[in-house]
Design a protein around this ligand. Structure first.
Ligand code: HEM
Length: 134
């Protein structure tokens, strides 16, 4: 019972995460590189829409792994475990780093857009691995 609830949470929240970097890409193209208001919005969506729910999905994923008796050596699990790491690094270095430049009155470089695209591809890779691997 509890397991199905956690499974559903992991499944649907995990799938929904794919949409968030698309919004980030859109904001990066729409002026978040130069306008502090849009940069602030992008920062909030990045933190509260992607990183925080993603960490929850990650922890629930680990819990599911133990509860369902799966092995950490299964490929889709490794893709999830390892694939989240670059999402955090890109988030810190490219997204947050570039948004800080905008907040300080400057102009973000193309790293902002590249970071959002990279996060999209990483989340997509994890979700595809989860759907087809388990
Ligand atoms: C944050 C990154 C992750 C995302 C976006 C994600 C997404 C998903 C999705 C969408 C499913 C459903 C697949 C389906 O039923 O068709 C799934 C299943 C699963 N995930 Fe993840 N996942 C992530 C990380 C992890 C991690 C880190 C682990 C384990 C350490 C994990 C373990 C599992 C397991 C065991 C299942 C299968 C549950 C079952 O047997 O029904 N996931 N994941």
């Amino acid at each position: 019972m509890m397991e199905t609830g956690l499974e559903q949470l992991h499944h649907y929240l995990g799938e929904a995460l794919v949409a968030v970097p698309i919004v980030l890409v859109f904001l990066a193209l729409k002026g978040a590189r130069t306008q502090s208001k849009l940069a602030k919005l992008m920062g909030r969506i990045h933190t509260f829409g992607l990183l925080m729910p993603g960490r929850l999905v990650y922890l629930v994923g680990l819990t599911l792994m133990y509860m369902t008796g799966r092995s950490i050596t299964e490929v889709f699990i490794l893709v999830g475990l390892i694939g989240w790491v670059p999402i955090e690094i890109v988030g810190k270095r490219l997204i947050k780093g570039e948004l800080k430049v905008v907040a300080d009155g400057g102009e973000a470089s193309s790293k902002l857009l590249i970071g959002a695209i990279a996060q999209f591809l990483l989340v997509l890779t994890i979700v595809v691995a989860m759907e087809y691997g388990h």
